[in-house]
Ligand binder design. Structure first.
Ligand code: GLN
Length: 275
């Protein structure tokens, strides 16, 4: 019987066909099959046996199913979230928005946070975990996504500081916020796709012919939602900095760009123009 290390190596070799992170995928799937964390798997691998269910999970991954939908969970920033096919899978790229907020607020802390298009609740709940004195509102147009976000808030012990409501971006919201987080759909309708996005909810991905439709809806709402020294951290596609920057500039908002770990433009840090 091959040991854990050999089985992980063999699984990673075949997963290279479908995944850019085959070793990590194999570890996450084996940890899931064993009902333990990846850390525990890596620490205890000499004492563990590979359960029969592992092969079935590898088959599903080979058929293209995202790891996070197979395991039902995904780590993001400092938290672990439950995810289902009703929500976009949180990506490390989106942590760039939290980094932008950490830098903006410095020694201060935001008191009120709005997450537009909250999905799994990843951005809102990560921010509430980051700032224990903050409270926040997550909005989504998908009732199924909101159910996942509420469940995550409960599991993370954040339900008393997180409210959720169904809504079309910020329509009907009257208050102002210190921090606004937005990861809208931004993929162009005809863009060629591969990988996880083929399995994710279309409503979380596509935004018209150029991927800009939702920025055009959100930008006019931001001036009345942002406190004067507040920040809106908005995710963008790697090549959308100029177009999206111009959409915000037209509403009198200043936008600086922030890159993700891969060096791609990923976040616009949007503030009200002074004066
Ligand atoms: N970041 C996703 C991707 O990799 C897109 C998510 C979105 O449209 N907000 O394509």
């Amino acid at each position: 019987m091959a040991g854990v290390a050999d089985r992980l190596r063999a699984a990673a070799a075949v997963l290279g066909e479908v995944s850019g992170t085959p070793g990590l995928d194999a570890e996450l799937l084996l940890a899931h099959a064993l009902g333990i964390s990846r850390n525990e798997l890596l620490l205890r691998q000499r004492d563990l046996a590979v359960p029969a269910a592992f092969d079935g999970l590898i088959e599903r991954r080979l058929a293209g199913e995202p790891v996070a939908y197979i395991t039902g969970s995904r780590d993001f920033w400092t938290i672990s979230l439950r995810v289902t096919p009703d929500v976009l899978i949180p990506r490390p790229d989106s942590e760039t928005l939290i980094e932008a907020a950490v830098e903006h607020f410095g020694d201060r802390a935001p008191e009120t946070i709005l997450d537009l298009g909250t999905g799994s609740g990843a951005l809102l709940l990560a921010a509430l975990d980051q700032w224990p004195g903050a409270r926040g509102l997550g909005v989504d147009i998908s009732p199924a996504a909101l159910a996942v976000a509420r469940d995550n808030a409960g599991r993370l012990g954040l339900a008393d500081r997180a409210a959720f409501r169904i809504g079309d971006w910020a329509e009907g919201i009257g208050e102002r916020f210190d921090l606004i987080l937005v990861n809208p759909p931004y993929i162009a309708r005809d863009a060629p796709l591969s990988g996880d996005v083929l399995h994710e909810p279309e409503g979380a991905l596509f935004a018209g012919a150029q991927g800009l439709d939702d920025y055009r809806r959100i930008a006019p709402q931001l001036p009345r939602l942002l406190r004067p020294d507040g920040l809106a951290a908005v995710e963008i596609g790697y090549d959308q900095r100029e177009e999206v920057g111009a959409i915000f500039a037209a509403e009198g908002l200043e936008a600086g760009v922030r890159r993700d770990l891969a060096g791609h433009d990923r976040c616009l840090a949007v503030r009200p123009s002074p004066g």
